[in-house]
Design a protein around this ligand. Sequence first.
Ligand code: FAD
Length: 395
Amino acid sequence: PKARVVVVGGGYGGAIAAKYLTMADPDLRVTLIERNPVYVSCPLSNEVLSGERDIDSLTFDYRGLTRRGIAVMGDEIIEIDPEQRFVRGKGGARYNYDKLILSPGVAFDFGAIDGMSAELADSSIPHAWKAGPQTLLLRKQLEAMPDGGVCAIVAPPNPFRCPPGPYERAAQIALYFSHHKPKSKVMIYDAKDAFSKQGLFQAGWKEHYGDMVEWVSAAAGGAIEAIDPDSMTLTGVVEDFQADVINLIPHQRAAQIAVDNGLVDDSGWCPVDQQTFASTLQPDIHVIGDAAIAGAMPKSGYSANSQGKVCAMAVAAAINGESPPAPSYVNTCYSILAPDHGISVAGVYELKDGEIVSVPGAGGLSAPDADARTRAIEVQFALDWYRNITADMFT
Ligand code: FAD
């Protein structure tokens, strides 16, 4: 019988790895294990906050992958045994593997900000950095906020999932405010002094929302040390800030399953061979997506997709006694600032001396002086990107 490959995590990385394994070698027995019955996409979830989109349009099931012959199991993996090569689910079920691929995403380090906790995120200070109930809670809070109120976004330090995400979110919230609560403000308190597509974001905020969006860099006192949810106060290094709605996006690290099984280094993320995504700590376990340290690639859904394909080919090659093909990797991150204003950053990557590096001259940013028609077309590109990548994952 052919080799068994188990993939844990049915998101942007794992769904693709499972599908491309079956395409690379139809004889493989591929099992995808995902704890949730449906997947809710983070990409485009900022549009739920503005009211431009509902969450159903971001929700997918796994029937398409089942139809491809993948055994999709609804289970949460709590244990990996790399010696005997099996993973164990919450209820005790055991899944044997010859090769294991993990794409478990991120976990949140709530302890990095005093007073913050997972419970608080679920009940009143949503991060909405995994799309789902917290996205809807944050939307409700914005709807309930009086005109003239302040929504504070607390942006995390690098590295984190979706580097442009907090800044796109600021624009989408401002879009809603501009129509319904024009006296309100979006404040971004940042642990950093610079961010992805910064010039393009700042120009776009100004163009569409005037002074409604304000960014406070770490150097200007934006780094937040503590939160008091009762008084809705954020304690900064220099001064305190009050808000009506607080969206605190916590510091991040690799998902718990990677931490529990010795797959992370001191950085909190998973070091891998960047050609095959085999863990450098546990060679028969591959880690892709946000959890992995992948050289110059940002933590994005598109990066996870690209890594899922590279990893699937490498795993299929290894099983068949072949050496891994020479990889090429790609990423584009679109951000929608207004219904007719999109921007992007794109990159093509190659392997050099074992490291994923940018291919010089490939990729880049939207032009700073692009005309209105180009900005509008980039929104269409963003929506097409989403339709294509989710079809790639789930059909
Ligand atoms: P995920 O997609 O999170 O998948 C991980 C899966 O593993 C989850 O379904 C989880 O339930 C499952 N899992 C974890 N542990 C276990 C376990 N022990 N047992 C069973 N199942 C488990 N990226 C883009 O490319 N473009 C965008 O426009 C974009 N916009 C974004 C906007 C926002 C607001 C956010 C928060 C993110 C955005 N991203 C975007 C980033 C993107 O969502 C992530 O980079 C991507 O989801 C990473 O894929 P992944 O496979 O590593 O993790």
